[in-house]
Ligand binder design. Sequence first.
Ligand code: G6Q
Length: 550
Amino acid sequence: MSQINQSSIWQSLSQHKKDIESISLREMFHKDKDRFNQFHIQLNDLLLDYSKHHISKETIKLLVNLAKEADVEGWRDRMFKGEIINSTEHRSVLHTALRNQNNKSIMSDGEDVMPKVRNVLKKMRRFTDEIRSGQWKGYTGKAITNVINIGIGGSDLGPAMVCQALKPYGLKTITPFFVSNIDGADLSQVLEKCDPETTLFIVASKTFTTQETMTNAFSARNWFLKKVGDNSQIKKHFVALSTNQYAVAEFGIDTENMFEFWDWVGGRYSLWSAIGLSIALYIGIDHFEELLKGGFEMDEHFKTAPIEENIPMIMGLLGIWCINFFDLPTHAILAYDQDLSKLAPYLQQADMESNGKFINRNGEHVNFHTGPVLWGEVGTNGQHAFYQLLHQGTEIVPADFIMPIQSHYAMGKDGNEHHKILLSNFIAQTQSLMIGKTYDEARAEIEKQGYEGEDIESFIPQKTFEGNRPTSSILFQKLTPKTLGQIIAMYEHKIFTQGIIWNINSFDQWGVEYGKQIAKQVLPKLSEKTPTTDFDGSTNSLINYIKKYQ
Ligand code: G6Q
């Protein structure tokens, strides 16, 4: 079967790229004062400005046709209807059902999933209310003050990111901790800060078999029992989030204390499910439901807005324009909000685990780039680190600049000094990446600084900036649970749009499974007395070297 880059619309886009690439973004803005109005979309208080991309009206028209060619809208509808679009795992993809706010049924495998979703939410409400009010007591009668989520990947990154992002909504008497790494340092450093009397462990694992999570959970249980010495107290301090009831019971957690989710919720899409329990405990279930509402609003927009006005679809298409036509395979997430410091690592998983694939749905090797190498850091910190490369490096890195107009934190003069400086840096960076600095401008600037003669000539090239770096700006009023819900769902659907166009299954993760499998082959070799000869020369030598010195 032919691939999308064989289609005539792809060929038209390739040709169009040749026509447009020599016109700089600076020129585009110079020629068209109305550019911002043409290339922005607003949804409630969320604004996407994509005018600083190398595009014209024609580009958008062609990209929209590309989305139509790939039937993005058809696939989107199939996803929302619960059809089995995760073909390799034979599953529906229904994280959208977890945030569904209407009364309509959503079917998976002949069953309406909504009653189950609502029941778990109710159970989460009861439990979080009890913990937060202090009604739920630990084994010595004290209230819970520390919540340790033990999970990894999708069972860690989402809740950790959201708890960090929504700190201003967090209950002061509860401290959330996240333990993910098998490196003993992670669990040990968290346990040092906790007292078993007031600590609740959440063992978060879809499969309840993940090596890191289960090892950490057993060690946490041992730590608890060593201090408490009574198995019957486990039920007051351990709960599980999982799809695997049997393994939860085997571990020794009362299934009454288990919050269920289902195989149609992918790990990296699971923060909306019971996996969000740590979020609900920290910010309260009402705020958690606001987060769900924000996600739902973005779902409705994604479902109903025409492609040219559809934020996630346009973001997905712009990504394809950069990756496949301008050959720019990386993407930076630059949030100007300290509380969004975990957004880049979160999106790294969401995007790279979903679309980092070279095999398409038909089992063929794709012959174009797919998911971008995604990375990022909060502003302004990144400006004093890697932005040099963004401005003058040989790699062009398309970036999303993300910024709240208002801050939760009053700091400095008038309570707004810090935030105004932050805002001005955000604006200045997107502007200068686009506009650059010409030879003449650099000269004028250097002359003004008092340099003379040869100094000026040698300095000018160093102070010149090509500009022409594509960025999107994403602005919103304030980082609230609802807005955060919208932003997360926006990225989920952007990833979906790209996966459909590339014809890859964004919902499996064989690379992760592979990692889980190979680590298990090596582990026993580290304890064997005789030298290992089972692997390749480098691997054997590394294992034997470790054995010699451990
Ligand atoms: C996510 C991936 C992966 C997964 C972790 C943890 O989509 O599948 O990151 O979330 O490997 O898996 P468990 O939740 O099963 O422990």
